[in-house]
Design a protein around this ligand. Structure first.
Ligand SMILES: CC(C)(COP(=O)(O)OP(=O)(O)OC[C@H]1O[C@@H](n2cnc3c(N)ncnc32)[C@H](O)[C@@H]1OP(=O)(O)O)[C@@H](O)C(=O)NCCC(=O)NCCS
Length: 236
């Protein structure tokens, strides 16, 4: 069943929306995975900034600059070496992001139909399309870590179509689906660096319930905070 967000009543006229939200189909597979990867990769810059804000990183960089000055006796050569170190760090962040992307692609996005669209399964994956192109996604399924709650996942909108309310419409589609299934609690996980997503969740009525440092060595080193947001549905 397609979700009908097809028509916006404005004053006297009925105007077609510029996008359509519908359930996932197998033809969407590559575009969904590509959109997810692009959305994930976008946060690389923010993670680099977060890394540079850590006092221990600043101390190490200063120490290296002094060491290079001592070794080469030239300010220019030392700065060039430091730039090399920073580029190596940027490359390391890119590699970590690629690992993160591959992890997501090998989990629920490996077989999207089996993960979300199985008959009788209480979960769903939606895509938004405009002029035949896939421009946004959202999914919902029972939360593995919290029985009784459902989890909103894979929220992403193609860059050129942002700030026009599409993510909000996608999330509302998923929240209405949850309400129809009498689900009172919807949760999601996001992170400090996903600033646009944080604004979106607040505007939808989610509130932050928990925050914790992602349990990996690299995440601990840069104090990478993950947030759990919750939404309480008013079931009629
Ligand atoms: C987060 C994301 C999905 C938002 O998509 P979007 O289509 O631009 O969001 P919307 O236009 O629906 O905005 C919804 C609300 O978020 C807020 N918002 C979103 N981006 C904003 C921005 N840059 N500045 C200020 N507010 C913003 C607004 O309050 C807006 O509410 P309003 O319409 O009542 O003002 C999009 O930025 C994205 O795909 N990011 C990359 C992937 C990602 O981080 N996903 C989240 C995973 S947890």
């Amino acid at each position: 069943m397609d979700t009908e967000i097809d028509c916006l009543i404005s004053r006297r006229n009925c105007v077609r929306m510029w996008y359509q939200i519908r359930e996932y189909q197998d033809v969407d597979y590559s575009s969904v995975r590509e959109l997810y990867s692009a959305g994930f990769r976008e946060h690389e810059g923010a993670v680099c900034v977060l890394t540079l804000k850590q006092h221990w990183v600043q101390a190490v960089l200063l120490g290296l600059l002094i060491l290079f000055l001592f070794l080469f006796g030239s300010f220019l050569a030392s700065i060039l070496c430091l730039i090399g170190v920073l580029l190596a760090g940027r490359f390391a962040v890119s590699c970590l992001f690629e690992q993160g992307i591959q992890l997501g692609l090998s989990e629920d996005l490996q077989d999207i139909r089996a993960s979300y669209m199985h008959r009788g399964q209480v979960s769903c994956f939606w895509v938004a399309e405009s002029k035949g192109s896939l421009i946004g996604t959202v999914a919902i399924l029972p939360c593995v870590t919290e029985p009784g709650a459902w989890e909103l996942k894979r929220i992403s909108v193609r860059k050129e179509f942002r700030h026009r309310g599409l993510a909000k419409a996608l999330c509302r589609t998923a929240l209405e689906f949850a309400a129809r299934h009498k689900v009172e609690r919807v949760v999601l996980f996001t992170s400090l660096v996903q600033s646009d997503a944080l604004k979106l969740y607040h505007s939808l009525g989610f509130h932050k319930e928990e925050e914790f440092v992602w349990p990996s060595l690299c995440a601990r080193l840069i104090n990478f905070l993950v947030f759990k947001y919750a939404y309480k549905a008013a079931i009629k």
